[in-house]
Design a protein around this ligand. Sequence first.
Ligand code: ATP
Length: 506
Amino acid sequence: MASNEELFKKIISHAKEYGFVFQSSELYDGLSAVYDYGPFGVELKNNIREYWWKSMVQYHENIVGIDAAIFMHPTVWKASGHVDAFNDPMIDNKDSKKRYRADVLIEDHIQKIEDKINKEVEKAKGRFGETFDEKMFRETNPRVKENLDKIDAIKNRFYPALDRNDLADVKTLIEELGIVCPISGTRNWTEVRQFNLMFSTQMGSVNEDANEIYLRPETAQGIFVNFLNVQKTARMKIPFGIAQTGKAFRNEIVARQFLFRMREFEQMEIQFFVRPGEELKWYEYWKEERLKWHLSLGMPSSKYRFHNHEKLAHYANAAADIEFEFPIGFKEIEGIHSRTDFDLSAHQKFSGKKIQYFDTEMNEGYVPYVVETSIGLDRTFLAVLSHAYREEKLEDGSERVVLGIPAKLAPIKVAVLPLIKKDGLPEKAREIMDKLMYDHRCFYEEKDTIGRRYRRMDALGTPFCITIDHQTLQDNTVTIRDRDTMLQERIAVPEVSAVVTSKIAK
Ligand code: ATP
C-alpha cells in the first residue's frame, strides 16, 4: 500500500496523464497554485456543480440563484471587512526561504499533541476492551490531562494574541513551542507579518482616474449587495436562500497542495436569510443538510467530520467546517457560518441605503440574519478524484488503475466500442453513438485492442462500456460492461439508453 504522500503524487500525475487537471501555463513552466481543467476534468467539475445546483436550487422552492460579476465596487470590500482584516499572519524560515502561515504552524503543533492523546486513548481501549470508559479516561489519565493542559495553554495564549494583533507574541510562542521548519529543520524564523490575501487591479483607461479594484475573494458579497434586488424580483419570503457558484481569488501564502489550496478557485454558496433570533436553529439545520448532501455523493461517512470553530471570524456567532479525509489528512471542504446581520448591516451603513425586509407575518421590518454554506468546487473535485483512485490486482495477475467515480458524476457515462475495426462493426457503432449522444455523454473509440480500451475507460472512470460485435449485426444486441465488477451482459440496442439511465440512478 502506497503511503499517503505517494498516493497523492500518483493522483496528481494520473489527473494530468488522463486529461483531468493541468498546471496553468505549463508551457512556461507553470504558474504557482493555479490549475487548468482538461477535457475529462471539466466534465467532472461541471457535473459536481450541476449536482450541487440541482440539489440546492431546483429541489428547494425557497432558494434562487444569481451570477454576480467578479469585479465589484471597491467600497464593498471596505464594508465587508476584507480591506482591513482579510489577512493571514505569515512567517518565513530564513534557512529554507519557505513561507508559512504562523497560525497553521501553531495549529499543526496542537494537532500533534491531539494525535498523542488519541494514541493513548486507542491503547487504553485495546487494554480495557468492552469495559473502557473513554470520557472517564480522558478526564483522569495523567498523561492525557497533561497534554490537554498544554493545548489549553497554547490556545489561551495564541487566540488572544491574534485578537490583539500582537504578532511579536505569536513569534515568541512559535519559538517557545520549539516549532521547526519542516524543510530545513531549523528555528531560524523571521518576524510575523500580516499579509492581505486580496488581489487588486486598476479599472479605468487613464492612470489618473483609474480606481483600485479587487478580484473578489469570496462569492458571498455579490449575494449580499443583491439582497433587495433578488428578494423583490423573485418575491421571496423569509426564510429563503440565494445561491451562487463562481470564481474567487486569494493570494494564498502557502499554496503547495494541488487543488486543495489554489489562488484562483471556485465556490458554491448559499446565503440563507432568516429572522433575527432564529439563526442558530437554521445553522444546525444546514449543518445536517449539508453533511447529508456530501454523503449522497457516495463516499463513506467515515471520510467526513465536523470541526466546530472556537475562534470565530468577526462576522460570525457560530461556525463549523465539514472536513474530508484527503490523502493529505482531514481538511476543510465546506464552511458553515452563522454570519448574523453583519454583512447586510455593513452594506446599509456604507451605502447609506436601507436594506430591510418587511415581515408581513410579524408586521415588522428588520435586517435579516444569514446562515452561509460555502463549499469549494475544486476541493470537492479533489475529494471525489482521490477517493475514486484505486489500483487493483486482477485474478489473471494483471493490474488496472480505476477511478470509481460515482456514475452520476462520471465525466463520460458510456463508451461506444466496436470490437474490431472492420466487418461493418464501426459503422454500426457509429449509428448507435449518433443516437445515444443526445441522452448521455458518450465517447467513441475504435483504436487498440478491446482490452486496452476497457483499461483506458477504467482509468477515466467511465462506468459503462458498450461493445458492438458480430452478434450485434445479427440480433441488434450489444454487451454492456460494468466498470467496477467488470461483468458484461447483453442488452438490445433500443434499450441501451434507458438501461444506462437506470444504472446511473442507482
Ligand atoms: P482555509 O481555512 O482552508 O483557508 P477558509 O476557511 O478560508 O479555508 P472559506 O472562506 O470558508 O475558506 O471558503 C469556503 C470554501 O471555499 C472552503 O471550505 C474551501 O472549500 C474553499 N476554498 C477556500 N480557499 C480555497 C483555496 N485557496 N483553494 C481552493 N478552495 C478554497
